[in-house]
Design a binder for this molecule. Structure first.
Ligand SMILES: [Zn+2]
Length: 216
């Protein structure tokens, strides 16, 4: 059935109503907030996250509009051939000079589960091909884990490390790592949906320094 009226469907009407009260409350709590946001764009971090609807970083981190610059895709990938994320990094890190770059994976990730299951159909299959390749590389390590949930978590964490490494190879990131006036820090995070908690993922920084991906 086609909705021919100009008013939104009830479920969407609720969202619009909530938007109006949110905007009024924000303006009441912090008068001029929207004027300020209109005048400046100075995020403290770029977060590369998954599309998963259960991961809402603004709320989880308690940040205000304007603090985090997001780039989201299935399984939080930084693919060298992906102009969308390249453009985001050029703008956020090269132009806005955000001081932190965070790749954030999460528990129960559908993209990670599909990769583990060898899903290769359609656009999703094409998109997660690099994660399937990662499964091929670390298969023995994953198979050593008895529980499927543990494999999903281990792969999600390994994927974060891989995606940070990919980000480090991007010219926009390399330029910032060389820019002593505007230092950039890179981080790997893992968000646990079951607890709403973010954890640091350990990164092989020394290995990356030896490879020249990070300054020594
Ligand atoms: Zn996900």
């Amino acid at each position: 059935m086609t909705n021919t009226s100009s008013s939104p469907a009830p479920a969407l009407a609720r969202l619009i109503e909530q938007n109006r009260s949110w905007a009024r409350e924000e303006q009441g709590r912090d008068p001029g907030i929207f004027d300020g946001l209109s005048a400046t764009h100075a995020p403290v971090a770029m977060v590369v996250g998954c599309c998963d609807a259960r991961v809402s970083m603004d709320q989880a981190l308690g940040v205000r509009p304007g603090e985090i610059f997001y780039h989201r895709n299935v399984a939080n990938l930084v693919r060298p051939s992906d102009a969308a994320i390249g453009a985001s990094m050029e703008f956020c890190l090269g132009v806005l000079r955000a001081p932190h770059l965070i790749v954030c994976g999460h528990s129960r990730c559908g993209g990670i589960q599909a990769s583990l299951a060898g899903h290769s159909d359609g656009d999703l299959g094409r998109w997660i091909a690099p994660v399937r390749s990662l499964v091929g590389e670390v298969g023995e390590e994953l198979e050593a884990l008895d529980e499927v949930a543990d494999r999903v978590e281990a792969l999600a964490r390994m994927n974060v490390v891989r995606q940070v490494a990919n980000a480090l190879r991007h010219p926009a990131v390399q330029a910032r790592l060389d820019d002593r006036a505007h230092p950039l820090q890179v981080h790997g995070w893992y968000y646990r949906i079951e607890e709403g908690m973010v954890e640091e993922v350990e990164l092989p920084r020394e290995r990356w320094q030896k490879k020249g991906l990070l300054p020594g």
